[in-house]
Design a protein around this ligand. Sequence first.
Ligand SMILES: Nc1ncnc2c1ncn2[C@@H]1O[C@H](COP(=O)(O)OP(=O)(O)OP(=O)(O)O)[C@@H](O)[C@H]1O
Length: 280
Amino acid sequence: MALDQAVKLCLNRTNLEEPARLPAPVISAENLSLTFQTNDGPVHALSDVNLTIEKGDFVSFIGPSGCGKTTFLRVAADLEQPTGGTITVNGMSPEEARKSRAYGYVFQAAGLYPWRTIGGNIRLPLEIMGYSKAEQAERVSRTLGLVDLAGFEKKYPWQLSGGMQQRASIARALAFDADLLLMDEPFGALDEIVRDHLNEQLLALWDRTGKTIAFVTHSIPEAVYLSTKIVVMSPRPGRVTDVIESTLPRERPLDIRDSREFIEIAHRVREGLRAGHVED
Ligand SMILES: Nc1ncnc2c1ncn2[C@@H]1O[C@H](COP(=O)(O)OP(=O)(O)OP(=O)(O)O)[C@@H](O)[C@H]1O
């Protein structure tokens, strides 16, 4: 048999015996449930949530207060334990993912230590993780560049605007190079103009770095503008009522929000929220 035929046969056989394995989704939840036991009785924060987040997705979670958006992120981050179903992060349990520093977490409030400089805040987790001084310096300057804060390393948080502080907290979450960012309403407290600007910057950062982002928001325009996938949730019990795959191009100038396609997706999100609305 000619060598090239033998190679071909061998390759075919390998293909048959070992079908190409797809990479594990970044987050995969199956029938995920979490019921908190409280003095007022059980609270079903998450009920049978099924969701897959693939590498490079930008997924927004939207829904009224109490529908379990934060709880979902917290379960993925191993900050809460599910009471039913399963969830994996990069194919691992949330505990393993936390230990292997698979994600960065950005909270609603920037949460910077006022007595540390911006550089010092970003450096803190790196110090705890035992990075060398040189590596810390390189990462601080690289991540400050990523969020357009180059030159602000020696400033204190109070010397920065709210939007800049939030960018610094994103830099801190980026500093250890996790491929997954969990962001819990990071821009909720900011005015609309600043928020628009940060949305643009976040999209550019996502595009440049190829990170996977799970992002909680209350804002329909924000969810539609940012996301490749929008997860609509509703409360009591907290559940997913719609998952919308965005048809918008990856390149998104702010005025895309006036396009027919954008308005149609926003309409579907609004309908999903209305359908899941429950009267108290
Ligand atoms: N540790 C806890 N103990 C008891 N109940 C909790 C706890 N954490 C959350 N809950 C309840 O679980 C439900 C879901 O809360 P969660 O914070 O995930 O909602 P959310 O959609 O993020 O709301 P919001 O938009 O207001 O932040 C709520 O009813 C909340 O009161």
